[in-house]
Design a protein. Structure first.
Length: 182
């Protein structure tokens, strides 16, 4: 048995965390804020990034230009209904999203949401560890590995989990600093 077979699962958990927290608003405009917003287009719900180009105009403004101009109203409605807390402006050609200044209370809320997302990542890592640990114990029961090998594999697993938990903490600290930086 090789512990590195679980490395991909741990990496996926970290990647998911990164994309999940990219949508959290910081002090400046970021395309990740709206690219996963769902829009009613052509009879189905699609992500905004699939039907429009999204660009950062300045530190407080996003420009969204649908490839099909008939989707302007749908894009505007999707953003308004997304719960991001912004009001899109439709000028007939593109949609501007002006981001208001974050209040101290809103920053505190975002930090709480960030901490929830970090905890979810830690839970995912624990689930993967538990799965790996069960496989190691199962292999020992089947006599595929010795007791010494089991302890060795479990130590390697714990080292790997420790490293990934440190990654979660590092990512979280950086994002929290981004959110709280005025």
């Amino acid at each position: 048995m090789n512990i590195n077979t679980f490395k991909g699962d741990f990496d996926k958990a970290i990647e998911y965390l990164k994309t999940d927290i990219a949508g959290l608003r910081t002090g400046r405009a970021n395309t990740a804020l709206v690219e996963n917003v769902f829009v009613e287009a052509y009879g189905t719900k699609q992500q905004l990034k699939a039907v429009a180009s999204i660009s950062v105009a300045d530190s407080k403004t996003l420009n969204i230009e649908p490839w099909d101009k008939s989707l302007l109203a749908a894009v505007e409605k999707g953003i308004r209904d997304s719960g991001i807390g912004v009001n899109p402006i439709n000028d007939g050609r593109l949609i501007r999203v002006c981001l208001p200044e974050l209040t101290v209370e809103r920053r505190a809320e975002l930090v709480k949401v960030l901490h929830q997302k970090l905890e979810n990542a830690r839970i995912s890592i624990r689930k993967i560890r538990e799965e790996a640990r069960n496989m190691i114990i199962e292999e020992e029961k089947e006599k595929s590995i010795s007791e010494d090998e089991r302890y060795q594999l479990q130590d390697q697993l714990e080292e790997m989990v420790k490293k990934y938990n440190e990654d979660v903490k590092t990512i979280g600290d950086a994002k929290e600093k981004e959110i709280t930086n005025v």
